[in-house]
Design a binder for this molecule. Structure first.
Ligand code: 7TS
Length: 414
């Protein structure tokens, strides 16, 4: 593997933009390597939210007073930014939800409830996050539909021969797969997979929780049918997420009922609001939508191609550094086919112990099953520790991780 230029491995974004990165943990500079769980926020996002709260906050779609008009404009303006960010054809295809999990539950309940029948198949994969498994189990139990899974190879990639076979034998109604694994960093060839699914008449839902924050994602070029993602993983706040859907949304029944999603209500029946508000019952996360809009501006200014290139360079560097740590096993594909995520085990040290030792060195990594228990089972491991990278991550932080791991080896006398 070629060694990378150190100059490529400074942070892509100015680290001063991220106030939290200046803090210390256990007397050491914070090395935040858990962006796959939740990213940190730049001051541009924090300030956009605070300014909105200080000057223009009110409930949205509430008639003619100035504050509500300003709040509505900010909320709907953020939707336009998100639509542009993913190259949606129409802003009405963008539905605000709380997070990826809610977006997938919306599709499972609304589309799945209306379209799945006894014996129908939903095709998932073995690398999915629980939030792209459990909603399908629930709707399968209600409708009599069945789940099938694309296997993952030992090297951490979706088995494309098996996928082609499963499309033929199972004839799924829907394929729901991640665009990037939160454990292995795998980037499945989703563009080809979508075309193959469409060829057998299946719709495709992409779980974009890890991809939309880290790569250019263009829903028209991909030709997917649904895309789900979360604000908090892309420099925005928690509490706001997105479901993008193409024409399928038009015919889908509502998910939650209540205020704002109706046109008219009588005692025994109701009619529905236009898209996207038909799927946005109740007072939404207004300030958070504004924050996500600011996050999208920030990422767009950096350029998503550059974000992806930065993380691939960091990942290549990390794989090289980690390969030099004895007794360490890294899971997943080579750097050129993965995003900025490295999951690993060190000898027989439990991942939680490893994370605690790293925390004492100021290094924050996640330990556990990463909400992907079927994947852990596939690799016969209870847990991994995981380092994940973002626009503010530097090579020096990866060095700190590698040094922390060497200390762990000493402590556990490996
Ligand atoms: N899908 C993937 C691929 C994810 O990585 C996550 C969250 C979700 C769905 C769910 O997103 P949420 O915003 O609805 O919670 N992944 C992680 C993780 O890897 N560590 O913490 C959360």
């Amino acid at each position: 593997m070629k060694t990378l230029e150190p100059s490529m491995l400074a942070a892509l974004a100015p680290r001063e933009d991220f106030p939290i990165l200046a803090r210390e943990v256990h007397g050491k500079p914070l090395v935040y390597l858990d962006s796959a769980a939740s990213a940190q926020k730049p001051r541009q996002v924090l300030e956009a939210m605070e300014n909105f709260q200080r000057t223009s906050y009110a409930n949205i779609h509430r008639g003619a007073y100035t504050l509500s008009e300003e709040a509505t404009a900010a909320y709907e303006g953020a939707r336009k930014k998100v639509a542009r960010f993913i190259n949606a054809r129409n802003v009405r295809e963008v539905v605000w939800t709380r997070n990826t999990t809610e977006s997938i539950n919306l599709v499972a309940n609304s589309w799945g409830g209306a379209n799945l029948k006894v014996g129908d198949v939903v095709l998932l994969s073995e690398i999915e996050h629980h939030s792209n498994i459990v909603p399908w189990q629930l709707i399968a139990a209600r409708t009599g539909a069945r789940l099938a899974y694309i296997p993952v190879t030992d090297g951490g990639e979706l088995d494309q021969e098996a996928y082609a076979r499963l499309l033929e034998t199972e004839r799924p109604k829907l394929v729901a797969v991640t665009q990037m694994s939160n454990v292995l960093g795998t980037l499945p060839p989703v563009r080809e997979m979508i075309a193959q699914a469409h060829a057998v008449g299946a719709l495709v839902l992409l779980d974009g929780a890890q991809s939309v924050p880290h790569l250019p994602v263009d829903v028209r070029a991909l030709d997917c049918d649904f895309l789900a993602f979360s604000g908090h993983k892309m420099l925005g706040p928690s509490g706001i997420g997105v479901l993008w859907a193409r024409r399928e949304l038009e015919a889908m029944p509502p998910f939650l009922g209540g205020g704002d999603m109706i046109r008219e209500v009588s005692l025994h029946s109701s009619t529905w609001n236009d898209l996207p508000w038909k799927f946005e019952a109740g007072t939404p996360a207004i300030t958070e939508a504004v924050g996500l809009g600011a996050a999208v501006d920030y990422l767009s200014a950096l350029g998503m191609e550059q974000v992806h290139a930065h993380e691939q360079a960091l990942t290549a560097y990390a794989l090289e550094r980690l390969a030099a740590v004895p007794d360490l096993t890294v899971y997943g594909p080579p750097a050129e086919r993965r995003g900025g995520v490295c999951s690993f085990t060190l000898g027989d040290i439990h991942a939680h112990d490893l994370a605690t030792i790293l925390d004492n060195a100021g290094v924050a990594v996640r330990a556990g099953h990463h909400c992907a228990q079927p994947l852990m089972e596939r690799y016969h491991i209870p847990a991994t520790a995981r380092a994940s990278f973002y626009v503010y991550t530097t090579a020096a932080e990866i060095d700190a991780l590698a040094e922390g791991l060497m200390q762990a080896r000493e402590i556990f006398a490996l």
